[in-house]
Design a protein around this ligand. Structure first.
Ligand code: GTP
Ligand code: MG
Length: 224
């Protein structure tokens, strides 16, 4: 019987991407720009959270946002209104960004003078978690209406994130969302993850969130 070789294409893609991502982080370290990869399912509140975050930090640091979507430019338009620099990336139907796509976006954007760049990844709880974008830290948003069981159903997303924002706490009275169970499920997946309940609508939790971001950006730009 003729022998044939089986190539693990997915694996080699991931390995190439991991090397690319590591190179991108080196470049970001050299130019003293902190890149945060922000992920969530569609509509969890990424853009709303970013708008409030920018309004709280824009006097202290130069901020840029790269909006990744399959189509449209509504999020980039919305960020521009805050006064921050914004660029829209269209993924051509892809449900995630990899390190090379992120690098292309950063080059086009011109990030030399920026202290903090946030990549708003494509709304999806599965694919974006599989690809290292080259970001310095990963953050995700889980919103109250999605339910407290999501860390059990989408474990990879929760395990790759340094911080989990639980957004829309203002609607907690209307949903059977158990915050303590949610915290325990996240802890089970990722004991190191910082969990911060927030409301992009009321501003609850934003002091803790912006403190985290301020400290991470400062540590990165100081080379720590
Ligand atoms: N009640 C409430 N609504 C919120 C909050 N944050 C966001 N929303 C609403 O949720 C909807 C989606 O918010 P976006 O900020 O566009 O969510 P997104 O994650 O950027 O969405 P995509 O980019 O489409 O994936 C909008 O109608 C927001 O007004 C919040 O804290 N409380
Ligand atoms: Mg958005």
């Amino acid at each position: 019987m003729k022998e044939f070789k089986v190539i693990e294409v997915k694996r080699s893609i991931f390995e190439d991407n991991a090397a690319d991502a590591a190179r991108l982080r080196e470049t970001l370290r050299e130019q003293k720009t902190f890149l945060l990869n922000l992920m969530s399912s569609p509509g969890a509140g990424k853009t709303s959270t970013l708008k409030r975050t920018i309004s709280m930090l824009k006097e202290e640091m130069q901020i840029g946002v790269m909006e990744a979507d399959i189509d449209s430019d509504v999020d980039a338009q919305s960020i521009l209104e805050t006064g921050a620099k914004a660029i829209q990336i269209h993924t051509g139907g892809m449900c995630h960004l990899d390190a090379d796509m992120t690098r292309q976006g950063l080059l086009e954007f011109g990030t030399q003078d920026l202290d903090l760049v946030v990549l708003e990844n494509v709304g999806n709880l599965v694919c974006p978690a599989e690809f290292d974008t080259g970001a310095c830290k990963n953050a995700m948003i889980l919103s109250v209406p999605e339910g407290h069981d999501k860390p059990l159903k989408y474990p990879l997303m929760f395990s790759v994130c340094d911080v989990v924002l639980i957004n829309k706490t203002d609607v907690l009275p209307y949903f059977d969302f158990d915050m303590e169970k949610c915290r325990a499920y996240i802890q089970k997946r990722n004991p190191k993850a910082r969990v911060i309940p927030i409301s992009a609508k009321t501003g609850e939790g934003f002091d803790e969130w912006t403190d985290w971001l301020r400290r991470e950006t400062a540590d990165w730009t100081k080379g720590q």
